[in-house]
Design a protein around this ligand. Structure first.
Ligand code: SF4
Ligand code: SF4
Length: 272
C-alpha cells in the first residue's frame, strides 16, 4: 500500500501576532494556542514519515511559524526527510522578519523551499524587509496581496465559528466533496499526536467545540506501524468528517461575491 499525502501541515506554534477576524483556523478566537517543542516536532516528523511514503507539500504554518524561537532547528529536522517530500512550504503573514539562522537553513535547501507570503498590510516596513531577505538569499516565494483594493482572489471566504449546522449526511458529503481542501487530497494537520484531514477538524476538537470521533483522526504514536497505516488509509477514503457540519462549507466556492476582505484585524476577539 502506497500512501502519499499531497498537503501536510505542521504548526510549530499556534501563536500569532495578528488577529484576523476570518482566520480559517480561528487562532485569535480561542485562547488555546499550543506550541511544539523541538523534541515533539522531531518525534512528529519521524512518525509521519513512517506512515506516509511521500508528501507533496510539507507545509510549515500556524499561527505564525516565524515566531517560534527554535524554527531553524525544526526546519533542519524537516530536511532530514528531504527525499520523501517534494517541497517545503513555509507560510508567513509578512509581519515578522526571519532570523538569520532560519534564512540560512532555508537558503541551504533552496531547491526544496517555497515561501508563501500573505500580506495583510499589517507591517509594511517588515514586509519590505522580508522581501529583501528572500531576494538576497535567492529563495523562491509567492506574494499574495490581501489588503486594500484588488485582493488576491477577492479575499477570503467566511468559514464561520464552530457552530453545528445539523445537516444530513448527504448534505455534509456534498460540502466535503466541493471543498477545495478535499479536491487537493486533503489539507492534513498533525498536532498533539493527532492527524486530521483538515485544519478546522483539529482546531475545533482541540478547543472542545467539535466532538472528537475515532473515525476522524489518527493517533500517530499508538499502535503498530501497520495498524496506523491502515487507519490512515481509511481516513484518506473518508466521505466527510464531522467538522464539515461545523463549517460554513464555502471553501471552494467560485462565487466571488461570497468573498470578504482578508486579514481584517479584530481586537474584540471572543475568548474561549
Ligand atoms: S495571520 Fe491571521 S489568518 Fe494567519 S494565523 Fe494569524 S490570525 Fe490566523
Ligand atoms: S470542515 Fe469540511 S468543508 Fe470545512 S474546510 Fe474542512 S473539509 Fe472543508
Amino acid at each position: 500500500m502506497n500512501i502519499r499525502l499531497e498537503n501536510l501541515n505542521l504548526t510549530p506554534t499556534m501563536r500569532c501576532n495578528l488577529k484576523c477576524r476570518l482566520c480559517g483556523v480561528l487562532v485569535p478566537q480561542y485562547d488555546y494556542r499550543p506550541q511544539m517543542t523541538l523534541d515533539e516536532f522531531a518525534a512528529t516528523l519521524k512518525a509521519i514519515f513512517e506512515l506516509a511514503n511521500s508528501i507533496g507539500k510539507l507545509q510549515i504554518t500556524g499561527g505564525e511559524p516565524l515566531l517560534h524561537t527554535e524554527l531553524a532547528d525544526m526546519l533542519e529536522e524537516c530536511f532530514e526527510y528531504k527525499p520523501q517530500f517534494d517541497k517545503l512550504w513555509l507560510f508567513t503573514n509578512c509581519a515578522v522578519l526571519m532570523k538569520s539562522a532560519v534564512l540560512d537553513v532555508l537558503a541551504s535547501h533552496k531547491d526544496k523551499v517555497y515561501i508563501h507570503m500573505s500580506d495583510y498590510g499589517a507591517r509594511r516596513e517588515i514586509t519590505e524587509g522580508l522581501l529583501r531577505q528572500l531576494d538576497g538569499a535567492g529563495i523562491e516565494y509567492r506574494y499574495l496581496k490581501y489588503f486594500g483594493d484588488e485582493q488576491y482572489f477577492n479575499g477570503w471566504v467566511d468559514q464561520g465559528d464552530f457552530v453545528k449546522h445539523e445537516r444530513s449526511n448527504e448534505e455534509n458529503e456534498a460540502i466535503f466533496y466541493s471543498c477545495s481542501h478535499v479536491k487537493r487530497g486533503g489539507s492534513w494537520y498533525v498536532r498533539g499526536g493527532q492527524m486530521h484531514l483538515c485544519g478546522r477538524s483539529i482546531r475545533g476538537t482541540e478547543v472542545g467545540r467539535i466532538p472528537l470521533r475515532d473515525e476522524d483522526y489518527l493517533d500517530i504514536f499508538n499502535g503498530t506501524v501497520v495498524e496506523r497505516r491502515e487507519k490512515l488509509h481509511r481516513l484518506t477514503q473518508s466521505e466527510y468528517i464531522l467538522a464539515c457540519d461545523y463549517c460554513n462549507g464555502e471553501y471552494g466556492t467560485e462565487d466571488l461575491t461570497k468573498r470578504h476582505p482578508a486579514g481584517e484585524q479584530d481586537v474584540t476577539c471572543r475568548k474561549s
